[in-house]
Design a protein around this ligand. Structure first.
Ligand SMILES: Nc1nc2c(c(=O)[nH]1)N[C@H]1C(S)=C(S)[C@@H](COP(=O)(O)OP(=O)(O)OC[C@H]3O[C@@H](n4cnc5c(=O)[nH]c(N)nc54)[C@H](O)[C@@H]3O)O[C@H]1N2
Ligand SMILES: Nc1nc2c(c(=O)[nH]1)N[C@H]1C(S)=C(S)[C@@H](COP(=O)(O)OP(=O)(O)OC[C@H]3O[C@@H](n4cnc5c(=O)[nH]c(N)nc54)[C@H](O)[C@@H]3O)O[C@H]1N2
Ligand code: SF4
Ligand SMILES: [Mo]
Length: 756
């Protein structure tokens, strides 16, 4: 019994980052529970958290590299896989140049310490401009809006959930998702606490979700019209003299008059029909937001993945500003993450600002501009098939499943067939990696160390939490960071024997040199060799060493001796339940990184786009049937349907439809058998079972994404047996928010017909 032990580990499956308490005997995982002593999650866990055990043990999870030979994936040794890649990647680069290699980075990379720190090494090694990621099917509009207003793509103000008196949620269902771009373990409990302390919760969503059920008010908006709704709120705030800007914000504000001006035409009456809301409801919300002692407006994926994603995200913060809630306790606030970031480094209160299309970067076929270093995922297919000599010939995917997650997936599936080479870094042989010539499997989540590099940038408290690997690596298995760094080196031409530790040493040296030259750094002016010796003293390499460096030079950092007791990796090792650096505090003007040092309330790009918003009113007023998505608490995008304990029971890939719509489609009155319908959009068609319900607005149907596991050549037995349909067969690769290149995944026009 002596080898039984308890390990603490932050759950990397979603953005909540719950602390887990894991019992381990030898190399076998026992029970996984919520860590009651975690400084942030206090024992909260959802049904997915404990399945890290099943994920680790899943016989379908890849343990060895796979090479595709004659159309079939065969397991090979690591050396063979490296040699294969080195030869073929070099060949593509020599013949077609570096931009011929595309990269797609998927969502779990945002939850992986290795990927967060070493995707950079991979990208530098590849030297390609053809970068794509899940951001353009997700949150990029929020980052673009924040960038224009506050200066950087991570200058996102998060709702101060624990202290607000009034929370308005648009297009998010934290009871299923546990929150996003707002890191808050037990988001549901925090919502309930608002009401328990006498506050109010309003949810804007075309579906009556679990979050709606727990709220005071449901505003059943028509999909994709949040920007109109928010603009009308702005209109009312000005028209009824409800604008109340705090003093410290007023002196930092550019563009107040422009916002007033552009909002004039968007009266509640004007947008009522398009949004499907009573004008009086819009007025009521505007009045309440202004009157509340504190209030926070929070918009998520239902607002970002629409044609007006950036506009809606911008208006969320316009409303927060006009109601006196920007950078205010109980309103929306900027974090001060322990690792530091773009809002803590460099000159305080001023910066380079935010632009898109930098360096003239645009896609070859349709000319979509670069946004935050990448192009729309929706353009990947055409950049492979339609760009001729300058197109993408090879692709590297890391932690992504774009065949199920990105628009017009049939087209993408065909395009992937045309690649000369595809390399995937993943856990599974799935819908996407089945196209890969070489798959490099990463260790399971429990075999890696962890720190939420990205998601703690958006946390509602400033906390830090490091987890050691719970289990050892398998014999011969490189860590995820070693795979990424080595691929980068191979792309540089360093060959199959390249040692990732050299890239790591170079990377850390670069970071140290940068930091000693940065006047805002606590180690400014010190000697690089001294810092590197101190870093190396504990024998750490890889992510742990880099993390130590970032912690020590961050806002709470130990500064390599200059601030005894400050943040360092050792501090986190000594505190396995995490360290709480406290609630958020007002950070303006310090956190601003706009060129002007002002808050840009009326960014040029957004003001210039207002006519498009005005024009949209007619289109939205038309009576059309539109498709939205949804999430289930027991799923995780496309890749956890192979975990039996999660998918048994009522987790279904069905089309939710209102009773009235079912009636007019003549789907009612049938007992017994399941009813199937075809759902058809501009680009595709699927057949799905219908679930008739009153928990959705008439005129709206909902299908979850991430399903459709019926592709040949995969190895995910549980998922295959469930199959479901791929909802992204329906999403249109040409429909996007032009300001960010983010796809329209909500509000897709569809027609429906009964089958049989
Ligand atoms: N269990 C589980 N948790 C997850 C995930 C998962 O797949 N499963 N995925 C994770 C990821 S990657 C992300 S990005 C987050 C997303 O987290 P959330 O943003 O909370 O995502 P959803 O739960 O899909 O909720 C989106 C809501 O928007 C509504 N909606 C659709 N269209 C519109 C619209 O036009 N306007 C408005 N106002 N609402 C609309 C939908 O009905 C839905 O209820 O969740 C994360 N957490
Ligand atoms: N219609 C519609 N489409 C959507 C959405 C929607 O709401 N509606 N939501 C969008 C959103 S918010 C997102 S974030 C995207 C997600 O899009 P993607 O990131 O492309 O897809 P995931 O389903 O997250 O698949 C992740 C892949 O990473 C692998 N993986 C898991 N963990 C790891 C790891 O630690 N390391 C490595 N290397 N690989 C790992 C999995 O096996 C899987 O292949 O989907 C988007 N697509
Ligand atoms: S809420 Fe998210 S982080 Fe917490 S246990 Fe569930 S999946 Fe893990
Ligand atoms: Mo996401």
């Amino acid at each position: 019994m002596s080898d039984e032990r308890i390990a603490y580990r932050t759950c990397p499956l979603c953005e909540a980052g719950c602390g887990l308490e894991i019992s381990v005997k030898g190399s076998t995982i026992g029970r996984i529970r919520g860590d009651m002593d975690d400084v942030f999650s206090h024992g909260f866990i959802c049904p997915k958290g404990s399945t890290l055990k099943q994920l680790h043990e899943d016989p379908d999870r890849l343990r060895k590299p796979h090479i595709k030979r004659n159309g079939v994936h065969v397991e090979v040794e690591w050396d063979e896989a490296w040699a294969e890649v080195a030869g073929r990647l070099q060949d593509v680069i020599e013949r077609h140049g570096r931009d011929a290699v595309g990269v797609y980075l998927g969502n779990p990379g945002a939850h992986s310490l290795s990927a967060m720190l070493y995707n950079r090494t991979l990208l530098q090694g590849l030297g390609t401009h053809n970068r794509f990621s899940a951001s353009t099917v997700d949150q990029l509009p929020k980052q673009v809006a924040a960038g224009y207003m506050f200066g950087t793509g991570v200058s996102v103000a998060v709702p101060d959930l624990d202290r607000t008196d009034y929370l308005m949620i648009l297009g998010a269902n934290p009871y299923a998702s546990n929150g996003s771009v707002c890191t808050a373990p037990d988001f549901p409990g925090r919502i309930e606490a608002i009401r328990a302390r006498g506050g109010k919760v309003v949810v804007v969503d075309p579906r009556r979700t679990r979050t709606v059920e727990e709220a005071d008010q449901w505003i059943a908006i028509r999909p994709a019209t949040d920007a109109l709704f928010l603009m009308a709120i702005v209109n009312v705030l000005f028209a009824e003299n409800l604008v109340k800007i705090q003093d410290h914000i007023a002196v930092l504000l550019n563009g107040l008059d422009d916002v007033r001006e552009v909002s004039r035409e968007f009266t509640p009456e004007r947008v009522a029909e398009a949004t499907g809301l009573e004008a009086e409801v819009i007025r009521q919300v505007a009045r309440e937001l202004s009157a509340a002692k504190t209030a926070a407006v929070y918009g998520r994926i239902g607002t970002t993945t629409t044609e007006f994603g950036t506009t809606a995200s911008w208006l969320v913060d316009v409303v927060n500003t006009l109601t006196g809630n920007l950078d205010a306790v109980g309103g929306v606030m900027f974090t001060k993450p322990a690792l530091g970031g773009p809002t803590t480094r460099g000159t305080s209160g001023k910066g380079g600002g935010f632009r898109i299309g930098r360096g003239g970067g645009k896609t070859k076929v349709k000319g979509y501009p670069e946004v935050m270093g990448e192009y729309p995922a929706a353009a990947m297919a055409e950049e492979i098939t339609d760009a001729g000599d300058v197109g993408i010939k090879a692709l590297v995917t890391v932690a992504g499943n774009p065949i199920l997650s990105t628009p017009h997936s049939r087209q993408l599936d065909d395009a992937f067939e045309k690649l000369e080479l595809m390399i995937s870094v993943d856990l599974y042989l799935n819908e996407t990696t089945r196209h890969a010539d070489v798959i490099f499997p990463v260790p399971s989540q429990l075999q890696r160390d962890h720190y939420d590099v990205l998601l703690l940038q958006f946390a509602i408290r400033n906390v830090a939490n490091y987890s050691l690997p719970v289990l050892d690596l398998d014999e011969g298995q490189p860590d995820e960071w070693e795979i990424l760094a080595k691929l980068g080196m191979i792309a540089q031409g360093l060959g199959p024997d390249a040692d990732p530790h050299l890239a790591d040493d170079l990377a850390i040296e670069g970071l140290v040199r940068n930091s000693i030259g940065d006047p805002s750094s606590p180690i400014h002016g010190r000697h690089a060799d001294e810092i590197i010796d101190l870093l190396n003293a504990d024998g750490r390499r890889g992510p742990a060493r880099m993390l130590d460096f970032m912690l020590q030079t961050g806002p709470y950092g130990a500064g390599f001796g200059s601030n005894i007791g400050g943040a360092s990796l050792q501090l986190l090792l000594d505190n396995p339940h995490g360290v709480d650096f406290g609630a958020l505090e007002p950070r303006l003007p310090d956190a601003l990184r706009t060129r002007t040092g002002m808050i840009e309330l009326a960014p040029e790009a957004l003001i210039a786009d207002v006519p498009r918003l005005l024009d949209s009113i007619d289109e939205f007023t038309k009576n059309r049937l539109v498709l939205v998505g949804r999430r289930h608490l027991k799923t995780n995008n496309s890749w956890m349907h192979n975990i039996q304990v999660l998918v048994k029971g009522n987790v279904r890939c069905s089309l939710q439809m209102h009773t009235d719509d079912a009636k007019s489609l003549d789907l009612l009155g049938q007992s017994g058998d399941e009813i199937f319908v075809s759902v058809t959009s501009r680009v595709g068609s699927v057949v799905v079972p219908v679930e008739i319900t009153d928990d959705i607005r008439p005129g709206v149907v909902s299908l979850p994404h991430g399903w459709g596991h019926d592709y040949a050549g995969t190895k995910m037995h549980v998922a295959e047996s469930l199959s479901g349909v791929n909802s992204n067969i329906l999403s249109d690769h040409e429909a996007m928010d032009p300001l960010s290149g983010t796809s329209v995944l909500n509000g897709i026009p569809v027609s429906i017909a009964r089958i049989g």
